[in-house]
Design a protein around this ligand. Structure first.
Ligand SMILES: *Cc1c(COP(=O)(O)O)cnc(C)c1O
Length: 234
């Protein structure tokens, strides 16, 4: 296979992202680009790193273990987050290998992460995943009151630190559905901020290759991009 250089594509995507941010009347520094490198080798991760990306997302624990060197052998300013569903039996393995877990969807999971991180003398930054699409196959808290109950419990745990909310928009391609899902999460975050003034909700992680412009316009602070950067996955 001919290897296409990443840099020109990355520059194009960054330009498009910047244009979406400007159109939304927001500032470039308000939105972070996370490169989602699942299915791509570590060489691709490093190519993106050298092109200026610092935040990386992977959705499977096994793949992180197989692909990434241990944290002390990665560039010191590389940030790796788990963005996919985490099973409780994999918590002990993943906590030492990542800088954040963006897909926390239960109090029990947060509590296991907290215990593991605390035993290592760490506090793990986490995002709470909310299911904005109502699709059963998706993870995430389902209702506002469920989310508040979880925040009440999770904010007391010593080994995790809530940083905000994350969602995967509906994948049905209907723009109105996608917009309303993102708007819903943005409004939920605003309510969380006033309800929990001592908890950080600085991150609103939403938007993928097909819908990041809509997410930016709804207030996303972190877009998670795979396909537009690295091409289609097999
Ligand atoms: C794969 C993945 C992405 C990136 O999806 P693309 O459509 O390839 O940009 C973003 N978020 C999560 C949780 C993912 O699993």
């Amino acid at each position: 296979m001919i290897h296409e250089p990443l840099a020109p594509r990355l520059i194009q995507v960054m330009e498009n992202l910047r244009e979406s941010i400007r159109t939304a009347g927001r500032q470039p520094e308000d939105v972070v680009l996370m490169a989602v490198t699942k299915t791509h080798p570590y060489e691709t991760v490093m190519e993106a790193y050298h092109a200026g990306i610092r935040l990386f997302g992977e959705n499977r624990v096994q793949e992180i273990i197989a692909k990434f060197p241990p944290p002390e052998e990665r560039p010191h300013d590389m940030q790796l987050h788990l963005i996919g569903h985490l099973q409780s039996n994999k918590v002990k393995k993943i906590v030492p290998l990542v800088d954040g877990i963006d897909s926390v969807d239960s109090v029990r999971l947060a509590s296991l992460i907290s215990d593991t991180a605390a035993a290592l003398g760490r506090v793990m930054p986490i995002l709470l995943e909310f299911n904005t699409s109502g699709e059963d196959a998706k993870s995430g808290f389902e209702t506002e009151s469920q989310l508040y109950d979880a925040i009440d419990a999770i904010s007391k745990l010593p080994g995790v630190s809530i940083q905000g909310l994350m969602t995967i928009g509906p994948l049905n391609g209907n723009q109105a559905d996608v917009e309303s899902a993102f708007t819903r999460l943005a409004e939920l975050r605003t309510r969380c901020m006033s309800r929990y003034p001592s908890t950080s909700f600085s991150t609103l992680s939403m938007g993928m290759s097909s819908d990041y412009a809509l997410a930016v316009s709804a207030g996303s602070t972190c877009v998670r991009l795979g396909t537009v950067l690295f091409g289609r996955r097999d």
